[in-house]
Design a protein around this ligand. Structure first.
Ligand SMILES: Cc1cc2nc3c(=O)[nH]c(=O)nc-3n(C[C@H](O)[C@H](O)[C@H](O)COP(=O)(O)OP(=O)(O)OC[C@H]3O[C@@H](n4cnc5c(N)ncnc54)[C@H](O)[C@@H]3O)c2cc1C
Length: 464
């Protein structure tokens, strides 16, 4: 390839939501950036997704909100249904409002804005194969260009935004960054975008996204129904990875047949994907490299939303890269601030929601019906938990819930124990060590909290 530049301050692998934001904010500071994606430029952003994103991230990054062809509709909040659908919790809060976007157009906008911010070299149809190391510090990547040539590209700092299947995380040397994400911490999703005539079928709750918990119909996950406009919906489900092979038939039976009650429709997009639903990687960085978005498990464990956190991760990584390059120090010590930014903000929330996710996954439909019917979780509490990762039940409310819940005392005790652990882990993350030398001690404390909840889960499974 003619005019190929091989040396950059920062190389960003993957031009999805996370990578485009990281490249944009590094380029804006005048550093040299190379952005790489294996897709053709015109396909970037075309990802199987529920297409829902909150409004907050656009204000946080001070970038334009979705509009024109990337905008599908505005959402006021979410409606959460019990398995028997007798109880619906209304989750409406300005902070939870958002958009349903057209994913391709949204991705194209983020990519073009990154390129226009001063990305020096954008390589599409380029497959990143491996990491390059110099003295155990990442200093670039081996890539296969669109003409078939293999070349080495060098960076002071590498940002990996290549998604859940990141080939680079698996090849990272050293023990700081986890290579594998366990199946228990991942959810398999399948979804379709279905168009129909508004004369044949009316959209259910057009201002809300609908979520239905049901352990038989979507084991370990949930069913979603997201309106796109008056004649189109994005519907799907997430389940345990072990359901692989059956996910399409579960979708057809429990989602499509339930919602699309007309014979005249068009399926305009269908497909599946995997979402990590756990706390972020223990460390999202190592010498010369930072991981963002799905590659770093930066996804809300409760609802699987990863667009917002991938963009937040991209922003924090860019900020840290700029500061490290200014100091000419690309070691993990210089990049530690990225871990600190992630763990003390959305990392604290996700670590706490991870405990909730693990517990909800082992509750039966009967227990979920009961807990929602008896308001063991109210709409306000769920909103509080999902936006802060904290779970404060006033004593009076606990007592009245205990009285209501007298026929299920163990469930209430478990939920109270969970509440204590969620607050504990959230506080631990908010006190993430600024000094890497205290990291092992911090991590051991976090593991102890997870182990306590795992014990309860194992006992619950044993009793069932
Ligand atoms: C079915 C489904 C529904 C979802 N619904 C929602 C939702 O409603 N709301 C929400 O917020 N989140 C949702 N998510 C999650 C969300 O889509 C992701 O969390 C988010 O896209 C992560 O962004 P990312 O930038 O980390 O990775 P991605 O968007 O996956 O981008 C990774 C990029 O890296 C490129 N790449 C990968 N490997 C290589 C390589 N070797 N070389 C070069 N390039 C490479 C890819 O081509 C891609 O462009 C959903 C996910 C799924 C699967």
């Amino acid at each position: 390839m003619e005019n190929l530049n091989n040396n950059f301050d920062v190389i960003v692998v993957g031009a999805g939501t996370g990578g485009s934001i990281a490249a944009r904010f590094v380029a804006k500071k005048g550093l040299s950036v190379c952005l790489i994606d294996r897709k053709d430029k015109k396909d970037i952003g075309n990802k199987i997704c529920g297409d829902a994103v909150g409004t907050e991230i656009f204000d946080f990054l001070k970038i334009n909100h979705p509009k024109d062809d990337e905008f599908s509709c505005r959402i006021k909040g979410a409606k959460l249904y019990s398995p028997n659908q007798k109880k619906c919790i209304d989750l409406t809060d300005p902070k939870q409002a958002g958009y349903i976007i057209n994913r391709l157009e949204f991705g194209q906008r983020l990519l073009n804005e990154a390129i226009n911010s001063g990305v020096d070299q954008f390589l599409d149809k380029t497959l990143v194969l491996d990491l390059l190391y110099d003295n155990n510090k990442v200093n670039g990547v081996k890539v296969k260009l669109n003409n078939g040539d293999n070349v080495d590209l060098y960076s002071k700092i590498l940002i990996d935004a290549s998604g859940f299947y990141s080939p680079l995380r698996k090849r990272a040397r050293g023990i700081l960054v986890e290579k594998e994400i366990s199946k228990e911490d991942s959810i398999l999703c399948y979804r379709e975008i279905v168009n129909f005539s508004p004369h044949d079928l009316k959209i259910k709750d057009p201002d809300y996204i609908t979520i239905i918990l049901n352990q038989d119909k979507a084991p370990g996950g949930y069913i979603w129904y997201f309106p796109k406009n008056e004649s189109s919906v994005n519907i799907g489900l997430g389940t345990y990875m072990s359901i692989k092979g059956k996910v399409k038939s579960l979708y057809r039976q429990n989602v499509f047949n339930e919602f699309i009650k007309t014979s005249t429709y068009e399926i305009v997009s269908s497909g599946g994907g995997v979402v990590p639903v756990r706390r972020p990687l223990w460390s999202c960085a190592d010498d010369g490299i930072m991981f963002i978005g799905d590659a770093a498990c930066q996804v809300n464990p409760l609802h699987g939303g990863g667009i917002d956190p991938s963009m937040r991760g991209g922003f924090y990584a860019a900020k840290t890269a700029v500061a490290a390059i200014e100091k000419e120090d690309f070691s993990i010590k210089a990049l530690w601030n990225y871990n600190y930014s992630v763990m003390t903000t959305f990392g604290a929330e996700f670590a706490s929601l991870d405990l909730l996710r693990m517990t909800l996954q082992v509750l039966s439909n009967e227990e979920l019906n009961f807990a929602l019917k008896q308001d063991l979780f109210s709409g306000e509490e769920i909103l509080e938990i999902s936006s802060t990762g904290e779970f404060e039940l006033p004593l009076l409310s606990m007592v009245s819930k205990a009285l209501k819940g007298i026929t299920r005392p163990n469930l209430l005790l478990d939920l109270n124990y969970l509440r204590i652990r969620m607050n504990e882990i959230s506080n631990l993350y908010k006190n993430f060590p600024t000094d890497i030398n205290h990291f092992d001690e911090w991590k051991n404390r976090a593991i102890q909290i997870y182990d306590k909840i795992r014990k309860i889960i194992i006992n619950t499974k044993r009793v069932k």
